[in-house]
Design a protein around this ligand. Structure first.
Ligand code: ATP
Ligand code: MG
Length: 506
């Protein structure tokens, strides 16, 4: 059967090894779902009648890091054989998660904190899984010849896969009260599995009913689900789905403060919609996760900053209020400190002002110092998302490119005699002269020479040049210095032209 060809040799090896030892073994979960819908599985899970010790005995290179009995088997890569990541002859390793048949983990976990309850057979194992499309098991007869594929699908997962329906296994209320994170997973799968997927009516009613249970779930698990949702091109639809299901208020309630809160005469959309549209642009532009989160949250301070009503309302300081809120939100969701700071900074400075010819180098330098050179591109992307999300047809590409040009220009060290490997002190010592215009003129001339040929920035060479120049009279020296100055201006102009060309500005 076609499907067998899609299973990596390493996974087949794991299944066959377990079977050889007299155990049952099934490929299960997301990878079966993805195989059946002809998508590329992310990772491979195997469920087996073997217990942890027996799995470990079968795969010597295996490890376990959770209390649910999952053993990660590390198998030398076979497809293609011997391929190595670094070319140093090290084998690449394929990891497969192998789990004994288990009954509901969280549930059993609450009762027996230190033990896991095993299930009798694959059907019982499938019954503890979250959604029908995730509760299909696949095995085959490895006996060579015509391999028979065996599919175990007690909950109608294949027909839900056809119909693109996310439906809880058995009673959704039970599934969600056992593990409330499943509600977020429902929303995530409805987005990540692709266009046209919906959550079954009964399941979605149960989410709305049980939404508050999300409060019992660890913030780390919520964060990881949130990040998986944000990673997609349709992250904005995911956020809206979370809101419709009543889950958003238990993840980032601050975002709901902007729902239906109108802005002023400069804006078409309410605050919440504007945030979603900004995220939509960031997601479709494939901006990184920091920019996406900042685009979603950049105006989160607006509802609290709002003064007045209607076309003349104002939002003074919303970026400062918002940055504080974002810091709290991300800390609450246990984001890494450096990631939280990076996103907070994008929110804090998203309102930067720039206009070609009006904003000077000093202000640009100040902004770069505050945001950090490494975050400048991200800040400009948040700004584009903000603008497009406001319903403006263009993200002001010229203006932003021009700003990028000015940022690069101001970041470059200016061309100056400081670049030389001899300085004024050296010149005075070599020629035994006091400070005065002669020293400056000689340095200018040396700079001209070095700009012509950077290899000449060499102490021995420049010392001999200083001796030669010391023999010139004042007039000759001034004339040579003037030519050198012209050379410097030429180079500066050329550099500037190149930077301008790089950013397509004039
Ligand atoms: P993906 O890897 O694409 O995010 P997945 O369905 O493989 O999706 P995993 O988190 O890798 O999701 O889990 C593998 C399988 O384990 C699932 O398909 C499901 O059968 C089961 N599973 C995972 N998390 C839960 C949960 N919270 N409750 C019930 N079953 C779960
Ligand atoms: Mg998976």
């Amino acid at each position: 059967m076609e499907i067998l060809k899609k299973i990596p040799s390493e996974v087949k090896f794991a299944v066959e090894e377990l079977k050889r030892r007299g155990f049952e073994a099934y490929i299960v979960g997301g990878c079966v779902r993805d195989l059946l819908r002809k998508a590329e599985p992310e990772d491979w899970d195997v469920a087996t009648s073997a217990l942890p010790d027996q799995i470990q005995a079968a795969f010597l290179n295996s490890y376990t890091d959770n209390k649910f009995g999952t053993i990660t088997a590390r198998i030398e890569r076979m497809d293609p054989p011997g391929k190595s990541e670094d070319g140093l002859g090290k084998e690449e390793i394929f990891e497969i998660e192998i789990t004994p048949y288990r009954i509901e983990s969280e549930y059993s976990d609450q009762r027996h904190p230190d033990s896991v309850a095993w299930a009798k057979n694959i059907k019982e194992d499938l019954a503890r899984r979250d959604f029908t499309v995730n509760a299909i098991a696949l095995s085959y007869d490895p006996g060579g010849g015509k391999s028979e594929v065996e599919i175990i699908d007690p909950f109608g997962g294949q027909s839900d896969l056809q119909a693109k329906i996310i439906k809880a296994v058995r009673d959704p209320n039970e599934r969600f009260s056992e593990d409330a994170l499943r509600m977020m997973r429902a929303a995530r799968f409805a987005i990540t599995l692709g266009k046209g997927w919906i959550i079954d009516a009964e399941t979605s009613e149960a989410v709305k009913k049980n939404a508050r249970l999300l409060g019992n779930i660890s913030k780390e698990r919520i964060r990881d689900e949130f990040l998986k949702m944000m990673a997609t091109d349709r992250a904005d639809e995911g956020i809206e789905l979370l809101r419709e299901l009543g889950l958003l208020g238990h993840i980032i309630p601050e975002l709901e403060e902007g729902y239906d809160v109108g802005q002023n005469k400069h804006h078409v959309y309410d605050i919440y919609k504007h945030s979603l549209y900004s995220l939509r642009f960031a997601a479709r532009s494939k901006f990184n996760i920091y920019v996406k989160i900042a685009s979603l949250l950049h105006d989160v301070g607006k509802p609290r900053a709002k003064q007045g009503n209607g076309p003349d309302s104002t939002f003074y300081n919303h970026e400062v209020i918002g940055a504080k809120m974002v810091q709290q939100i991300l800390n609450r969701l246990k984001f890494k400190k450096t990631d939280a700071e990076r996103i907070t900074r994008l929110v804090r400075y998203h309102l930067f002002y720039y206009n070609v010819g009006e904003v000077g180098e000093a202000s640009v330098r100040r902004l770069v110092r505050k945001v950090g050179m490494e975050n400048v591109d991200e800040l400009l992307q948040v700004r584009m998302a903000d603008r497009i999300g406001s319903g403006c047809p263009k993200a002001e590409p010229y203006k932003l490119r021009h700003m990028r040009y000015l940022i690069e220009k101001t970041a470059k060290d200016p061309i100056s005699v400081k670049m030389l490997c001899v300085n004024g002190q050296d010149v005075m010592k070599i020629l035994n002269i006091p400070p005065g215009p002669k020293v400056g003129a000689i340095l200018d001339i040396l700079l001209g020479t070095v700009l012509e040929d950077p290899d000449k920035n060499d102490k021995t060479f420049l010392t001999s040049q200083v001796r030669k120049l010391g023999r010139l009279n004042e007039k000759e020296l001034a004339e040579t210095a003037r030519l050198a100055e012209e050379k410097k201006e030429d180079v500066e102009e050329k550099n500037d032209k190149m930077t301008k060309k790089k950013y397509w500005v004039t």
